[in-house]
Design a protein around this ligand. Structure first.
Ligand SMILES: *Cc1c(COP(=O)(O)O)cnc(C)c1O
Length: 341
């Protein structure tokens, strides 16, 4: 089976497992685990932030960021197709008492759509306490918001709306590798940034939320309250460090594989719409004659696993555990599955 459902399916490599087995550890809740501290320092430096905090999942990293900036009974600006809105079972409402103020219109948030979402002030209308960015954007097919647009959005949020920004950067690594823009330039456009190690970097789990010392102090308490204080977590942090060391630059291979797969499918099946991939995710919109569950079932029968994003869209993700040859084989199978013959 070639599994292209997500870059989360990657398994720790033998070298990563060795790094985990050999990690120096301590009690991170009591007085710090040396490998976790090393990871936090390294990622904070990469992102140009004062401090970083290791969390078990990206979802908890987003929850910590929203905890720090959000105020109960206010709104969080968020794209209507964002992970925070669609895939975190309303954590922003359930944990922080925030209502999403949906930013609609384009596949990803833009300065124009953010501006269009701003309410006219009224004593009867909600106020907002935070703006959420997502880069790359999962629902849009790993789309990158380029640094110029991101800076314009950040400037508007800070100067005009006078609001702090949390960035869901689960795949910010991919945005960096695809564009060459330094990670710190992207991260400068937000007050807190979450980055994940369990996607393209291939670690079994783990994410970091980074920001100012004061924000991360608050995030530390939030993590504890959410049940995310971990003890000898250096075992996992070692996998993240290994991923940063060995799997960051190679994300370019995933991007090249995704572009090739997209081209093969677009050339091979005339009536589908392939969203041109910026990074490692390929979204394919289906014509009336076929729906996503039928395509995924057909592909699976032929040895390729992909996911149904919704009824008329399938999603294919290139990653560490799928070689160029396997992606080419998957593309060939998908052409067959999409033709429905
Ligand atoms: C995967 C993902 C998350 C959540 O990460 P988990 O570790 O699965 O909780 C958040 N945001 C985006 C954009 C993601 O793709």
């Amino acid at each position: 089976m070639i599994d292209l459902r997500s870059d989360t399916v990657t398994k720790p490599t033998p070298a990563m497992r060795r790094a985990m087995a050999e990690a120096e550890v301590g009690d991170d809740v009591l007085d710090g685990d040396p490998t976790v501290l090393a990871l936090q320092e390294r990622v904070a430096a990469m992102l140009g932030k004062e401090r970083a905090l290791f969390v078990p999942t990206g979802t908890m990293g987003n929850a910590c960021g929203l905890w720090v900036h959000g105020r109960h009974g206010t709104e969080a600006y968020a794209h209507d197709d964002s992970h925070i809105v669609n895939w975190e079972i309303a954590g922003l409402a359930g944990l922080r008492g925030l209502q999403p103020r949906m930013v609609r219109g384009a596949p990803v948030m833009t300065l124009e759509t953010l501006k269009a979402a701003v309410r006219s002030p009224s004593k009867h209308a909600p106020t907002a306490s935070v703006v959420c960015f997502e880069n790359t954007h999962n629902g849009a097919g790993g789309m990158v918001t380029p640094i110029a647009e991101l800076r314009a959005m950040a400037d508007f949020a800070r100067s005009t709306l006078k609001l702090p920004i949390h960035m869901d950067g689960a795949r910010l690594w991919n945005a960096h590798v695809a564009t060459g823009t330094p990670l710190a330039d992207f991260a400068e456009c937000a007050d807190t940034v979450m980055v994940s190690f369990s996607k393209g970097l291939g670690a079994p789990l783990g994410a970091v939320v980074a920001g100012s010392a004061a924000h991360i102090e608050e995030a530390f308490s939030a993590r504890k309250r959410f049940g995310g204080g971990m003890r000898q977590s250096g075992i996992v942090a070692a996998a993240a460090l290994h991923g940063l060391e060995h799997h960051l630059d190679r994300l370019a291979d995933d991007h090249a594989n995704a572009k090739r797969l997209a081209r093969i499918i677009a050339d091979g099946v005339s009536d589908v719409r392939v969203v041109p991939p910026d990074t490692n995710i390929v979204m394919i919109d289906l014509p009336a004659r076929i729906d996503a569950p039928a395509v995924t079932a057909k592909a699976k029968a032929l040895g390729v696993m992909i996911s149904a994003w919704h009824d008329k869209r399938v999603r294919v993700v290139c990653h560490l555990d799928a070689s160029a040859a396997q992606v080419d084989e998957a593309a060939r199978v998908m052409v067959q599955a999409l033709k429905g013959d």
